[in-house]
Design a binder for this molecule. Sequence first.
Ligand SMILES: Nc1ncnc2c1ncn2[C@@H]1O[C@H](COP(=O)(O)OP(=O)(O)OP(=O)(O)O)[C@@H](O)[C@H]1O
Length: 271
Amino acid sequence: MKTAAAPVPAPAEAAPPIQVEGLVSRFGDNVVHDDLDLTVERGEVLGVVGGSGTGKSVLLNSIIGLKTPDGGVIRLFGEDMQEASRRKWTALERRWGVLFQQGALFSNLTVRENVAAPLFEHTRLPKSEILELADLKIALTGLPPRAGALKPAELSGGMRKRAGLARALALDPELLFLDEPTAGLDPIGAAAFDELIKDLSDSLDLTVFMITHDLDSLYTITDRVAVLADKKVIAKAPVEELEHSDHPWIKEYFLGPRGRAAGKAATARSR
Ligand SMILES: Nc1ncnc2c1ncn2[C@@H]1O[C@H](COP(=O)(O)OP(=O)(O)OP(=O)(O)O)[C@@H](O)[C@H]1O
């Protein structure tokens, strides 16, 4: 007689990098997320959009452990983050990098020291190797070598973003979080930064979670876009599919004048 085999749990490595299930986020009476679900697949570049105050940053902060969820489960690489021991957290933390909106660089350190900081914190490599690795990351993000010796205040906005990105990539993460990476850049600088993120995500096989208001970025580099509204993710689809949505906010966003212009520019680029 055959007996039913016990279900074999999926190995943690096969698990999606990000799984959010039934997330509830609150500040007092202000319910920001209510039963929000979102899965980000390995290798996917996901854009995250939504009106102001819909909870994009709170979602990012919840995923990376800066805000404790008020309900639901967040799994990173298959691990329930609420249940993870301090040791597991530290190990998992090495697997992602974050580029915050303002770069969040230490103002009293040089770019090289900023990029080296996570390597000093998480590895026991000798100082000379750490500084060499920092220089490699600085070059990877397209900064000139001389930028390593500069302090953040001595950099342009675009250079500061690149320095923040170099630091986010210091530990060779598999998962990269970007909070409005092109905000504050001029259109040419923004397009160059989009190109850099696309090149890096392809060559380093990164999974990317990118909050953005930049329609050009959405069209240029994302595989899918998650839309936050009504305290949930109401849609997750390639941008071309979202153009056909009936949801009023999505319609207005993608088919308003700016959305149409970004769509046309993307079509022209792909010809
Ligand atoms: N530390 C906090 N304390 C109290 N309320 C907060 C806090 N952080 C965020 N909120 C509230 O959570 C809600 C979502 O904020 P969040 O910053 O995530 O929005 P967002 O979608 O990122 O907006 P934007 O596009 O304007 O940056 C807002 O109502 C905000 O006031």
